[in-house]
Design a protein around this ligand. Sequence first.
Ligand code: FMN
Length: 189
Amino acid sequence: MTNMKKNFPLDKAYRLLNHGPVVLISSTLDGKNNIMPIAWQSPVDLDPTRLALIIGDHSHTFKVVGKTKELVVNLPTVELVDKVFSCGKCHGHEVDKFRKFNLTPEKASKVKAPLIGECVANLECKVVDDKMMDTHNIFIVEVVAAWVEEGAYDEFLRVDKPNVKTLHHLGADVFTVPAEIIRAKKINV
Ligand SMILES: Cc1cc2nc3c(=O)[nH]c(=O)nc-3n(C[C@H](O)[C@H](O)[C@H](O)COP(=O)(O)O)c2cc1C
């Protein structure tokens, strides 16, 4: 017998799936850098690594990335939670978020958009498909360079440090972080 289930509001159904790490999208246009947090992101291909990013057309980032076709996906950890949340409450055409939230723009190697120095990892990306930009705000990007903080990832290139806590958005101002690293055993079939 399964546990009893109850109905869940459809307009909040995304929250049942919304546990991938929140990332910060950095972009630049005409010498103005910007930062936007997004929770809706997913890898879609391995080689080359491609990601799907949902960047709403209400945002300044949508306009910038639509023009420049490049950005950086930065991975924040728990120490940055207030800054991550606050970056999502204002717009880049009104506020210089790097300055306001005391974050450090660093030069990227293959794109003009800056890396965010305080993030544990940074993926430099170029837009390779924007066909769904106008219908679904979806940008397919390819990772063209990737950087990680020394010591944060193990020899298998996995996060293996309990102190590296990525942020996972549960809705509104509520986030969760990974509590522990666990290793699964394969059940023989
Ligand atoms: C934790 C969090 C997650 C968010 N996820 C998304 C998202 O997946 N897609 C999106 O379009 N907006 C998302 N937003 C809203 C944008 O970050 C917000 O509109 C931001 O102010 C846009 O910045 P910009 O106008 O400077 O580009 C999120 C906000 C927060 C705080």
